[in-house]
Each structure stands twice: as structure tokens, then as C-alpha cells.
Write a protein that binds this ligand. Structure first.
Ligand SMILES: [Zn+2]
Length: 303
């Protein structure tokens, strides 16, 4: 893991000692990047009353602490990762990651928002990738009527969803379903595949629809958006659903739970989402984390 800090020391000193800065302390925003990707924003308070050498030493010490903390947060509680693709290229990348890291598993598939230029014959490549021993699901697949507006594009995405459910049945793999503003059509298409098994990810189903899906033996997966003040449906569904049928996910980089809403989501934030489930189900956070982990292992056939 390689960390870089976006603010250079000289820049920090310029900001700290800039003309007219009379504040005793200056709070600086430091962006820690990991492996070249944007990371968390971390604050640092340094005094303008002391000289450069003292500030530099404090800065270095603090940055070392930040690195350790950051590394710790990333690793803490993360045992296994299922990384889903959304087109051919990202599906390949997921398989590559799964090959490189023993704790990462892959899902492969074409997402409804990524069908431009796609053809049903692309599913031959998905079928081949799905033969890799670390591919444990077909996904993300489904329907997105929020982003896909044109009727012919929606019809095209229904064909893809239908074909990928058939592929999952053929390969006996579970399906990760993305359903945004398309509940009725999603349920109709899944209903036509009685041998398919899967999960409605980032579940936004009504309690009524959720019951239908649960009756098929499917799972429901929830993200940090269940912690948002305006979350109405998900809490109701979580109350009704058996805990053995619930999974938790990051949906990274989206859906970071409150109080990190809008930030980049990662697995270190899962316990916050679990706390909301714990409250709704009258369980402890540890129980929710342990049960949902077991559910995920069972569903994705992970060791
Ligand atoms: Zn999705």
C-alpha cells in the first residue's frame, strides 16, 4: 500500500505563515491518497507561534500517525471482499484482483447503465470469465430506470437482464441485482427465472415487494443509505426481514453512512450501517456483523 499526501510541506508552510495570519493555530486539510486514489480528508492543527523546524517535526509525527490510523481502519474488520464488475473491462479487472489477493472474490456482468455499444454476444466473454474459480456471482445486472430513460434502451436492458439471469441459472451462480426505479419489471423478469437465486443490492424495495423476493428465497442487501434521515422504506423492510436474509455492503465509492455521507465509502464504515440494523432488529452490532458476514459467506460460497 502506497500513501501520498497531496499538500507539500512548502505549501503547508506558505499557508501557515502567510502574511496576515494572526491565528495562534491554523487548521489544515490534508488529503491522504492511497495507491494514487483519493482517500480521506484529514485535519491537522499546527501552531504559528513556533518555528519551522518544530512545525516540520510535528507535521511528520502527525503524518506517521495518520498513515498508521488509515492503514488500520482499512484493514480492520475486512476479511473478505466481493468485487462486482459492471462491463467487460471492469469484470476482467475484478477477476485480476481476485487472482492477486486471496481475500478478494469477483462477480462479473453487464450493468444496465453500461450497455452502450454492448451486444448479447458479449455474454460469451462473461460466461468464460465466470468459469474462473474465484468468480462467485453474476453481477451487477438488472434495470435502472433512473438513468436509462429511452424506451428502446430500457427494452435493451431488459433483454440483458433476462439473458444474464439465464446465464446464472446455467452456471448455478447467484446474481447481484441492481434495481433502481424499476421494481415491477425487475420482479417480473426474475419471476420468469425460478431457478435463479440472488440478492437485491442497495435494496429499495417496498415491504410488499421485499416479501415476494424473500419468498423466492432471495437475499436483501443494504448500504449506508439506511442511516440517512430520509430513509423510510429500508428500515421497514429490515424490521420485517429475517436477519439470516440480510447482507450489508459498501456500494463503494457511494452510499457512505451518516456522519460520512457524501464521502468515499469503504469497508471500514460497515459497522456504522450495522449499528442501524442492530437498532432495528434489537441485536448488538457485533451480532449483526457476525450474522451478516455468515450470510455473505453462505450466499457467495466463500471459505
Ligand atoms: Zn448498483
Amino acid at each position: 500500500m502506497k500513501y501520498t499526501v497531496s499538500l507539500k510541506e512548502n505549501h503547508i508552510f506558505r499557508r501557515l505563515y502567510r502574511k496576515g495570519n494572526t491565528a495562534a493555530d491554523s487548521r489544515l486539510a490534508i488529503y491522504v491518497r492511497r495507491n494514487g486514489r483519493p482517500g480521506n480528508r484529514l485535519g491537522l492543527t499546527v501552531s504559528t507561534k513556533v518555528g519551522h523546524a518544530v512545525v516540520r517535526n510535528r507535521l511528520r509525527r502527525r503524518l506517521r500517525e495518520i498513515y498508521r490510523l488509515h492503514e488500520h481502519q482499512l484493514v480492520r474488520g475486512v476479511d473478505l471482499v466481493v468485487c462486482p464488475g459492471c462491463d467487460l473491462e471492469s469484470s476482467r479487472q475484478c477477476v485480476d484482483l481476485a487472482e492477486r489477493y486471496n481475500y478478494i472474490y469477483a462477480a462479473v456482468g453487464l450493468h444496465p447503465e453500461n450497455l452502450e455499444g454492448a451486444s448479447l454476444s458479449d455474454l460469451d466473454a462473461i460466461r468464460t470469465m465466470a468459469g474462473h474459480p474465484k468468480v462467485r456471482a453474476i453481477g451487477e445486472v438488472g434495470l435502472d430506470y433512473y438513468w436509462v430513460k429511452a424506451q428502446e434502451d430500457r427494452a435493451f436492458s431488459r433483454d440483458f437482464f433476462d439473458a444474464q439471469l439465464s446465464l446464472a441459472e446455467e452456471l448455478d451462480l447467484p446474481v447481484i441485482v441492481h434495481d433502481r426505479d424499476a421494481h415491477k419489471d425487475c420482479l417480473d423478469i426474475v419471476r420468469a427465472h425460478p431457478n435463479a437465486r440472488g440478492v437485491f443490492h442497495c435494496c429499495a424495495l417496498s415491504a410488499e415487494d421485499a416479501k415476494v423476493v424473500l419468498n423466492w428465497g432471495w437475499m436483501l442487501s443494504f448500504t449506508g443509505n439506511i442511516t440517512f434521515a430520509n430513509a423510510k422504506r429500508a428500515p421497514e423492510v429490515i424490521r420485517c426481514a429475517p436477519i439470516e436474509r440480510i447482507m450489508l455492503e459498501t456500494d463503494a465509492p457511494y452510499m457512505a453512512p451518516v456522519p460520512h455521507r457524501g464521502e468515499r465509502c469503504d469497508s471500514s464504515l460497515i459497522p456504522i450501517t450495522a449499528a442501524t440494523v442492530a437498532q432495528l432488529k434489537g441485536l448488538t452490532v457485533e451480532e449483526v456483523l457476525s450474522i451478516t458476514m455468515d450470510n455473505g459467506k453462505r450466499f457467495f460460497n466463500l471459505t
